[in-house]
Design a protein around this ligand. Structure first.
Ligand code: HAM
Length: 423
């Protein structure tokens, strides 16, 4: 038997309702905030992520699904959405519209990581990006969108952590301090971090190795070394979050795993998950548009991992009522004529917004009624040649057992099962 590749998941029908709920909530909140959906390719030129995400990050160094296509080009399955959106923003001249440009997306992402609960090789993100606005009001708006999205999903026990990781001006001095600190531990750092020590010491803080992360705990914090501009921006963001009543904790240890961030970074962490507890992460990136060939424009956004949200929701809904997928009506049939008659009627009922079903597997009448029970159908009706001639049949309320005679028109059936007809 061929099984699914490691780190991938099938979403089975019972679960896909949860996915639809999350996706619908994401779209609803985006609409309220003026974010418009963008759809982009699943794969991109590898260089986009090398330059965009940064070649000293774990994502680029260890986790990308990269291959050569038949034309000899290096192609990579998207490990995240931001670099792609920046590419698209530049390529489609979206900067020419009145700014800011507010975009949202729901995408599959691919990272060759060690799979565990909440960490997959193919996973899905809902994300937003806002281009062309550098005010602290923008940061607060973006963070509040994530906050509202999680609230609307009725997820509890999620905490917002924020930090500032400065700009190239303050990072320059800070990197020197960081380098001096890590130099003392040169002998203990992992080989990847030794390379990072030269190229990008801040990446060491994000290393997953036990020894490196222990050493990193006492490293100097960026938030204590912000320049005046970054400091007042961060103060501005906090003030605006306070103003909206969005609660947060300042966590100087957040550096994020991707290189493009400047100034504000943030993460929403759930207490319902184990090691992989970050359900949503994001931040500002001031240099990325220029780095990828565009005219300078600020960006800020976040992405939430849908599989992690599903894990939290499932834990919190363990005793909650089941999602309603039961048909409104089951039509049991006696004979081929009835089957055909029922199919047409069901087609018309579905057009009117009624979820109606019939047997498709040649069951006996008794077995059809058992099947209707299994589906938890709300109403049932049995039709045979007599009912077709009379143009009426007995409708049964499957919960109360009550019966009533109805004429076999879609309009009358709609009325009798208390379902308002669409149009
Ligand atoms: P990220 O922190 O790498 O940020 O990923 C965002 C979210 O995707 C994480 O918080 C997590 O919920 C989910 N996630 C990441 N890796 C996995 C995995 N292997 N399995 C399951 N879920 C995962 C970004 O991707 C940035 N592009 C976010 C952003 C947008 N920053 C600015 N704009």
């Amino acid at each position: 038997m061929i099984t699914k590749p490691r780190g991938t998941e099938d979403v089975l029908p019972e679960e896909s309702k949860l996915w639809q709920n999350i996706e619908n909530t994401a779209r609803k909140v985006c609409e309220l905030y003026g974010y418009k959906e963008i759809r982009t390719p699943v794969f991109e030129h590898t260089e986009l992520f090398q330059r965009g995400v940064g070649d000293t990050t774990d994502v680029v160094q260890k986790e990308m699904y990269t291959f050569e296509d038949k034309g000899g080009r290096s192609i990579t399955l998207k490990p995240e959405g931001t670099a792609t959106l920046v590419r698209s923003y530049i390529e489609n001249s979206l900067y020419a519209n009145p700014q800011p440009t507010k975009l949202s997306y729901i995408i599959p992402c691919f990272r060759y990581e060690k799979p565990q609960s909440g960490r997959l090789r193919e996973f899905h993100q809902f994300g937003i990006e806002c281009f062309g606005a550098s005010s602290p009001t923008t940061d607060a708006e973006v963070i509040s969108l994530a906050y509202m999205f999680l609230n609307e999903l009725k997820i509890t026990g999620v905490k917002l952590n924020i930090n500032s990781i400065g700009c190239p001006v303050c990072k320059k001095d800070y990197n020197e301090k960081l380098k001096a600190y890590f130099e003392q531990y040169r002998a203990e750092l992992c080989p990847t971090c030794l390379e990072r020590l030269e190229k990008n010491p801040m990446r060491i803080i994000d290393c997953k190795s036990e020894i490196c992360s222990r050493i990193a705990k006492d490293a100097p914090k960026m938030i204590d070394h912000l320049c005046e501009d970054c400091h007042s921006h961060f103060e501005g963001v906090k003030e605006r979050l306070d103003n909206m009543g969005v609660e947060y904790t300042i966590n100087p240890d957040i550096v994020r795993g991707l290189d493009y961030y400047t100034k504000t970074v943030f993460e929403f962490v759930s207490d319902a998950l184990g090691a992989q507890s970050t359900v949503c992460g994001g931040g500002r990136y001031s240099g990325l548009v220029e780095e990828l060939g565009g005219k300078p424009a600020d960006g800020i956004g976040f992405a939430a991992g849908l599989e992690r949200l599903i894990l939290v929701i499932k834990k919190q809904q363990q005793n909650a009522e089941k999602l309603d997928t039961a048909p409104d009506l089951f039509i049991a049939c006696m004979g081929e004529n009835a089957e055909k008659f029922a199919q047409k009627l069901i087609f018309e009922l579905r057009l009117m917004g009624v979820h109606a079903e019939q047997d498709l597997c040649g069951r006996s009448l008794k077995a059809q009624m058992k099947y209707a029970d299994k589906l938890s159908a709300k109403f049932s009706v049995v039709i045979g040649d007599d009912e077709i001639t009379k143009k009426s049949a007995i409708l049964k309320d499957m919960n109360t057992g009550e019966t009533v005679e109805v004429s076999m028109t879609p309009e009358d059936i709609c009325k009798s099962i208390n379902k308002e007809a669409k149009n």
